[in-house]
Design a protein around this ligand. Structure first.
Ligand code: HAM
Length: 416
C-alpha cells in the first residue's frame, strides 16, 4: 500500500527523464557560455511583492497562480512563479548593473504556479532562462531569440515555430487601450465575466482568454501592432530584418501579447506542433521598465525562458546517458570485498575517466550479479578472475576476452 504520494501537479524526475534534463541543461549551458552568459541562482522563494509589482496584479499568475504564504516572521513570501523578477531583484541588490554596460545571466531551476495540472502543465516545473541587461536595440532582440533557437537546434528538437509581435511602449499601449476599449464596448455583452473585469483593469489580458465567444470577438479586434508608434514600428521592422539575415524563420502573430505585464516592445513565443494544447516551449520579450521599477535606474532588458518539462517530452527516444557503464563481477562468492578491493586502483581510475562503475555490495552468485548488470544496462561486464586477470564482456556485441591486469591498463588508460 502506498502511504504517501507526490503532491498534485508535482512529479519525481529520475531514470531516462533525469538523463534528458541533464542532456538539455548541458546543451543550454554550452550555448549560454558561447554567447557570454553567466549563471545566476536565485532563491526559490522571494518576497511576494516582487512578483505582484512586476508581473501585474491582474495577470493570471498573480491573481490565481502564486504559491503565497506567510513565514513564522509574518513575512508574505511566494514560491517563484518565474525567473525574470528574481534575477532583476538579484542584479539590483548585488549592484551588478551599470548603465551602458551589457550584462547577461542565465538560470536553470524550478518554478511554481498553481494552475490546473494537465499534460505539459505542472505546478512545479522547470525553466531554463536568460536575461540580457543594458542594450536596447532590435539586434540584441534578434540575438536573444537566436540563443533560444540555438538551444532548441542543439538538442535536435524539430517542428517548432517562432511567433513574434510587438506590444509597444507605454505610449503605444495607452493609445491602443482606448481603441480596443471602444471596440469591446460595442460588443461588451459577448465578453465573459473575467474579460469584463480585464477590460477595466488590464485590457491586453483579454487576448489570453480561452473562451470561444471572447476569442471570436478578438479575431476581428484592432491589434496593437497596427497602432504602435514610429519608433516601436521601426524596431520591429529591424528585428524582422535581423532574424532574416540570421536565417531564423518566423511568423508575425498580431494577437501574441504574453501573460505578464512587464513586457515592452518585442515579444515572442516558440511553439511546437507536437504537444497538444500546451504547445509553447519557450517565450520571452523585451522589458525595458522593470529595472527602473526595482531600482530607479534606467536599464533596458530582454530575455526568455524555455519550459524544460515540455522540451523533454519532445526529445526523440534514445539513450541520453553519455556515461559508459562498467559492472565488476566477483567470481569467488566468499571473497566479494577482497576481489573488489584488490582492484580498487582500477575502479578509481575508471571513475576518473568518467565511467560509471558498479559492483555488488554483498557476496552474490555470478548469475545474480549478471542479472543486476543487465538490469543496469551495463555496457561492459568485467569478471575478476582468481588469478588476477580479467574477462571482459561487451554486453552489446556479446564478445568476451581474457586480459591480464597490464593489458587491461594498457587498453583503458594508455592514450592511443
Ligand atoms: P512564461 O511564458 O510564463 O514566461 O514561461 C516560459 C515557458 O515556461 C513557457 O513557454 C512554458 O514552456 C514553460 N511553462 C510555463 N508554465 C508552465 C507549467 N505550468 N508547466 C510546465 N511548463 C510551463 C516566463 O516565465 C518569463 N519569465 C520569460 C521571460 C524571461 N521573459 C523575459 N525574460
Amino acid at each position: 500500500m502506498i502511504k504517501y504520494k507526490a503532491v498534485r501537479g508535482t512529479r519525481d524526475i529520475f531514470g531516462e527523464l533525469a538523463n534528458k534534463f541533464e542532456f538539455l541543461e548541458k546543451a543550454a549551458k554550452q550555448v549560454f557560455k558561447s554567447f557570454g552568459f553567466e549563471e545566476m541562482r536565485t532563491p526559490i522563494f522571494e518576497t511576494g511583492e516582487i512578483f505582484t509589482r512586476s508581473l501585474g496584479e491582474n495577470s493570471d499568475i498573480v491573481s490565481k497562480e502564486m504559491y503565497l504564504f506567510k513565514d513564522k516572521g509574518d513575512r508574505l513570501l511566494s514560491l517563484r512563479p518565474e525567473g525574470t523578477a528574481p534575477v532583476v531583484r538579484a542584479c539590483v541588490e548585488n549592484n551588478l548593473l551599470q548603465s551602458g554596460i551589457d550584462k547577461k545571466f542565465f538560470y536553470i531551476g524550478q518554478m511554481f504556479r498553481y494552475d490546473r495540472p494537465q499534460a505539459g502543465r505542472y505546478r512545479q516545473f522547470h525553466q531554463i532562462g536568460a536575461e540580457f541587461f543594458g542594450a536596447k536595440n532590435p539586434f540584441i532582440d534578434s540575438e536573444i531569440i537566436s540563443v533560444a533557437m540555438k538551444i532548441i537546434e542543439k538538442i535536435n528538437v524539430k517542428e517548432t515555430k517562432l511567433f513574434i509581435n510587438s506590444v509597444g511602449c507605454n505610449n503605444c499601449r495607452t493609445k491602443y487601450s482606448e481603441i480596443l476599449s471602444e471596440y469591446l464596448h460595442k460588443n461588451s455583452d459577448i465578453l465573459c465575466e473575467t474579460c469584463v473585469e480585464r477590460k477595466n483593469k488590464n485590457i491586453l489580458r483579454i487576448f489570453d482568454c480561452k473562451i470561444e465567444n471572447c476569442k471570436n470577438l478578438l479575431k476581428n479586434a484592432p491589434k496593437i501592432l497596427d497602432f504602435v508608434c514610429d519608433d516601436c514600428k521601426k524596431d520591429f521592422e529591424l528585428l524582422q530584418k535581423y532574424l532574416t539575415v540570421q536565417k531564423i524563420e518566423f511568423e508575425v502573430d498580431k494577437s501574441l501579447v504574453r501573460g505578464l505585464d512587464y513586457y515592452t516592445g518585442m515579444v515572442f513565443e516558440i511553439k511546437t506542433t507536437k504537444l497538444g494544447s500546451q504547445d509553447a516551449i519557450a517565450a520571452g520579450g523585451r522589458y525595458d521598465n522593470l529595472v527602473r521599477e526595482f531600482s530607479g535606474e534606467d536599464i533596458p532588458a530582454v530575455g526568455f525562458a524555455i519550459g524544460e518539462d515540455r522540451i523533454a517530452e519532445l526529445l526523440e527516444e534514445r539513450n541520453f546517458c553519455d556515461k559508459k557503464s562498467v559492472f565488476f563481477v566477483t567470481t569467488d562468492a566468499n571473497k566479494n570485498a577482497e576481489q573488489i578491493l584488490a582492484n580498487y586502483d582500477i575502479i578509481q581510475m575508471l571513475r576518473e575517466k568518467n565511467f560509471s562503475v558498479f559492483y555488488n555490495g554483498e557476496s552474490k552468485s555470478i548469475k545474480s550479479q549478471m542479472r543486476t548488470a543487465n538490469h543496469l544496462q551495463a555496457e561492459l561486464v568485467i569478471f575478476i578472475e582468481e588469478n588476477g586477470s580479467f574477462s571482459i564482456k561487451n554486453m552489446t556485441s556479446g564478445e568476451q576476452k581474457i586480459v591480464t591486469k597490464e593489458e587491461f591498463l594498457k587498453e583503458f588508460f594508455v592514450e592511443s
